[in-house]
Design a protein around this ligand. Structure first.
Ligand code: SF4
Length: 552
């Protein structure tokens, strides 16, 4: 793991101090569009499974029920029989690794995959040396795809030694036809592939995989041409299946999906194609889930959606995101509410008012800018101008002066010139972000921007010249982001603020790591019995992007 403080902090901010040992260019990390690899192998002893039901009571000799989630519980009970038989054959418990690439939505999906795997009898594994490995993939940037292929090469060698090993792939990358073709051609040892729309069917697909015959290690590790890969990819769905088991990563905080998909079609983004059209969960289901989490000791919730500001529009009885927040605020036991991500074009005055009045909504807003040039914003199909964005940021700062604003920025969008980067730098200076996640544009096949990029492809010399121009713009912009963010974070020095204690510091076990309402990290001496509690901390020394403090 790299030790440069800012880089670690970026990772911490997003995924809550997971173990990260392979995260490459973290400066190109985006809240939703990420290349981070998150391992789900930390200490799980303290966590409780959500929605767990007794699988022993299910008669698996009868026909599977048609209704969900009963159907999936039936298949979980069936899978458990396979896992038990294999475990007895090997004389040890079976292990499973869920390896997540990407965003908070994927991280939450992985908690659901882990919940099902643990329900059927797998123990969580530290790494790919496991009996079952599933990669929950991200496709927002091309090198996220390349990374998965690299990991599959490693898995192939493991599987040659452990013929009974099973390998599955799911997530956004699997929604791309070219990826499926490549897996069928070059990665025939993979056992199971499914996409984003049918993740709820994981237990059913696992049962099909086990049924396909080689659970007992009698095959050649999938190396033979006849090995059957189970592939189930849906183009879209309007289905939301509730109440499947979830294995939560933290006992005291949790993500909650409030909606799925996106209708915005920003021209560079593949999400609407791989995650489908926007679908909101019913407020009743969301509130029921959060109330149950609160009863289970969860103090902080993060409401998740690609564009939370348009929550509720597709419901039979539409409600606004601000109204939903008001309801969440009423839930006893919930002390902190976060959400991501907000599209600036949909951020309403009603939401700003609710945030301002709230005692529980955290003082942090992630407000993706992407570009400060109206010309490029139009090409990106973002549907706001530089001036509209600045006016919105000013209004938010005026109404909620203690708020931290963070953002995402893309440099090198097709057609962008140095003058456009200057416009973006101007916005950074005016808004004064607490942090910004900056990326060099990555072409995603099938998006309108990819066609623009292709149309602009020139001679190798011209392409190289453009690459250098983009890099120069990126470095210039990054320096402004870092300088601004350092100054912003330093403004808190000397204050006493509440921090939710998240864990023992990874580098120094005498320290605890906590998160302020505005998402800033503070490390301070303390006993691990404080983990999960909100405590006042004196912010003694600012170290760039984080603080060293003392408990008060
Ligand atoms: S709002 Fe735009 S960038 Fe965000 S997920 Fe939707 S299409 Fe992608």
């Amino acid at each position: 793991m790299r030790t440069e403080a800012g880089r670690i902090l970026i990772a911490e901010r997003i995924i809550g101090n997971d173990k990260i040992d392979d995260y490459g260019e973290v400066l190109r990390y985006n809240v939703f569009h990420a290349e981070l690899v998150i391992r789900h192998a930390e200490d799980r002893k303290v966590r409780k499974m959500e929605n767990a039901i007794n699988l022993n009571e299910i008669n698996i000799d009868s026909k599977p029920p048609e209704d969900e989630p009963a159907r999936q519980y039936y298949f979980m009970a069936k899978c458990r029989r396979y896992v038990k038989a294999e475990s007895e054959r090997l004389g040890r418990p079976l292990t499973a690794a869920v390896i997540t690439f990407g965003c908070q939505m994927n991280a939450r999906d992985s908690e659901k995959l882990s919940g099902i795997l643990e329900s059927i009898g797998y123990l969580p594994a530290e790494d790919e040396n496991a009996d079952f490995v599933i990669y929950n993939t991200c496709t927002v940037r091309d090198n996220a795809n390349q990374r998965v292929y690299g990991r599959l090469g490693h898995i192939n060698s493991l599987k040659k030694k452990n013929h009974h090993m099973k390998v599955a792939l799911c997530g956004c990358m699997m929604q791309e036809l070219s990826v499926i073709e490549k897996i069928k051609k070059s990665y025939r040892f993979v056992d199971l592939v499914f996409g984003t729309h049918n993740i709820y069917k994981f237990a059913e697909l696992l049962a099909e995989m086990f049924d396909s015959g080689d659970i007992c290690g009698t095959h050649s590790g999938g190396q033979n041409a006849s090995h059957r890969i189970i592939i189930d990819i849906w183009e879209n769905t309007d289905k939301i299946v509730e109440d499947l088991p979830v294995e939560r990563k933290y006992p005291f905080k949790s993500g909650i999906n409030i909606m799925f998909g996106c209708d915005n079609f920003c021209s560079y983004c593949i999400v609407p194609y791989v995650r489908g059209r926007e679908r909101s969960r019913s407020p009743e289901d969301i509130l029921r889930e959060i109330s149950a989490l609160a009863r289970d000791g969860v103090a902080e919730v993060m409401l998740l959606g690609q564009n939370v500001n348009s929550y509720g529009k597709t419901l039979e009885n539409p409600i606004t995101f601000a109204q939903l927040l008001r309801e969440v605020e009423q839930i006893e036991g919930i002390e902190r509410i976060r959400f991501m991500t907000s599209h600036p074009k949909d951020l309403s005055d009603e939401l700003i008012a609710v945030m301002k009045e709230s005692k529980k909504i955290c003082r942090h807003l992630h407000l993706p800018l992407q570009s400060g040039s109206t010309r490029i914003l139009t090409a990106m199909n973002r549907r706001y101008t530089k001036e509209q964005y600045l006016a919105l940021a000013e209004k938010i700062r005026r109404e909620i002066p203690d708020i931290s604003i963070t953002t995402d920025i893309i440099v090198g969008f097709p057609g962008e010139e140095p003058a456009d980067v200057d416009e973006t730098i101007d916005v950074i200076k005016k808004v004064q972000y607490d942090n910004a996640f900056t990326f060099i544009y990555s072409k995603r096949t099938g998006t309108p921007a990819a066609a623009m990029a292709e149309a602009m492809t020139g001679t190798p010399e011209e392409n190289l010249e453009r690459e250098m121009m983009v890099k120069e713009g990126f470095d210039r912009l990054l320096k402004v982001v870092q300088d601004t963010a350092r100054q912003r974070v330093a403004r808190l020095e000397g204050q006493i603020l509440d921090a939710l204690v998240e864990e023992v510091n990874e580098q120094d076990s005498r320290l605890l790591t906590g998160r302020l309402s505005n998402n800033t990290i503070v490390h301070f001496p303390g006993d691990k019995s404080l983990i999960g509690r909100i405590v006042p901390v004196y912010l003694k020394e600012c170290h760039g992007f984080y603080y060293l403090g003392e408990k008060r």
